[in-house]
Design a protein around this ligand. Sequence first.
Ligand SMILES: Cc1cc2nc3c(=O)[nH]c(=O)nc-3n(C[C@H](O)[C@H](O)[C@H](O)COP(=O)(O)OP(=O)(O)OC[C@H]3O[C@@H](n4cnc5c(N)ncnc54)[C@H](O)[C@@H]3O)c2cc1C
Length: 154
Amino acid sequence: MTTSTSAITPVVATLRAEVAGPVLLPEDPGFATATVGFQTYGPHRPDVAVLATTTADVRAAVRVAADHDLPVAVLNSGHGVPPRYTGGLLVAIRDLAGVRVDPGRRVAWIEAGAPWSAVIEAAGAHGLAPLSGSTPHVGAVGYTLGGGLGLLAR
Ligand SMILES: Cc1cc2nc3c(=O)[nH]c(=O)nc-3n(C[C@H](O)[C@H](O)[C@H](O)COP(=O)(O)OP(=O)(O)OC[C@H]3O[C@@H](n4cnc5c(N)ncnc54)[C@H](O)[C@@H]3O)c2cc1C
């Protein structure tokens, strides 16, 4: 359900004060790009979208949404088929794509929006190769939690 303009205006003002990344309304340039993922057959139509650039952006966006009783959705690669998000706040996390590898322990730390390709690349720099799902641009979090055609499926 979409939120009225009068209700969304103060939320957007607060988001723009607290979030470093772009805070986009449907009429803003960049909104369509921020809210679309790999599957393009039905656009999301949130009231407002945040293109998170840091984890602090995610924290701030979720806190502001909670303060205003605004539903929150998360979009990474958009490779899955979530419900079409209508109204509320959509947090796009694709720019949170950092990966750090400890080669001694063979452990990787991944940011929320890192695609599996980033894990392959970071591991490869240390001569390591992770088990991989079928599509490198699916989110590493998605694969790790059992989504996609996953790490052991093939
Ligand atoms: C037509 C079609 C074809 C497909 N083909 C393939 C394929 O060839 N190979 C394959 O491996 N998989 C395939 N998939 C499945 C897809 O990989 C999974 O749906 C996977 O879960 C997508 O994860 P994502 O994070 O990349 O995408 P998203 O669609 O962005 O996210 C999937 C769900 O996870 C949530 N989410 C993602 N990251 C986070 C996070 N950090 N924190 C909180 N929530 C998060 C999102 O909100 C969403 O609900 C296909 C799916 C469809 C519909």
